[in-house]
Design a protein around this ligand. Structure first.
Ligand code: PGA
Length: 252
């Protein structure tokens, strides 16, 4: 059985005061317990990792893990402005998002560098959350599955059996931050295609890898999405900024 995993991606939002309120509210909401067999994490911006790590400990939020939104593809060295995987590990991170479409589009990240980042994350003992997804044009031209499966295949070719320790997030670019969520069936079909692509490499790995859905996940669509057999949780952007919405999605 694959656990259900909900990861909040705050993107470039938050500040010291709002982060504190968020953790406090989530701690209160999780006090009475959370559904068994689930995992939860939040990914603040780099400068707030230390603060959030301290707050999570302060509020004894054992249910909530910490994650980062990106990482360098390199080990330590002369890479001004970069943040290394071992640094994130030291800050208490368990998950690291790699290859988010905003980074692929705005920072020209290619599959090769996404895989290199995933390897850095794995080598530091954390779990990479590898994002894949098609644009609206790619979907409209009937190439969505081909595009996404080729993104997955490139990760498989580099990561091989280490994929067993990764998460994949299917995030259709047209659904991110737009309020246009993929229907549960459209998302399920793509998650199935991703799993079949993984199975071409190794069936056992394919059946174990968690595949999260991302793109306008909200409390009112999470139940239907998470009920799908190949959807193992969500990568949640906008809705994760509101602690009540995040809690509602965690409980969906
Ligand atoms: P969204 O973002 O939930 O705001 O659509 C998801 C993501 O980019 O991870």
């Amino acid at each position: 059985m694959r656990p259900l995993i909900v990861i909040g991606n705050w993107k470039m939002n938050g500040n010291l005061a709002s982060n504190q309120d968020w953790v406090k509210t989530v701690a209160r909401g999780m006090e009475s317990g959370m559904p068994a067999g689930r995992k939860f994490a939040v990914c603040p911006s780099f400068p707030y990792l230390s603060q959030c790590s301290t707050l999570i400990k302060e509020y004894s939020l054992a249910f909530l893990r910490l994650g980062a939104q990106d990482v360098s593809a390199h080990g330590a060295g002369a890479y001004t402005g970069e943040v290394g995987a071992s640094m994130l590990k030291e800050m208490g991170c368990k998950y690291v998002i790699v290859g988010h479409s905003e980074r692929r589009q705005m920072h020209q990240e290619a599959d090769e560098s996404v895989a290199a980042k995933a390897l850095q994350v794995l080598d530091s003992g954390m779990t990479p959350v590898i994002c894949v997804g098609e644009t609206a044009d790619e979907r409209n031209s009937g190439r969505a599955e081909e595009i996404v499966c080729s993104q997955v295949a490139k990760q498989v070719s580099v990561l091989q059996d280490r994929l067993a320790d990764c998460l994949i997030a299917y995030e259709p670019v047209w659904a991110i931050g737009t309020g246009k969520v993929a229907s549960a069936q459209v998302a399920q079909d793509m998650h199935r295609a991703i799993r079949l692509q993984l199975a071409e490499f190794d069936e056992d790995v394919a059946s174990h890898v968690g595949i999260l859905y991302g793109g306008s996940v909200k409390p009112d669509n999470a139940v239907e999405l998470f009920a799908m057999p190949d959807i193992d949780g969500g990568l949640v952007g906008g809705a994760s900024l509101n602690p009540q919405d995040f809690l509602a999605i965690c409980q969906a």
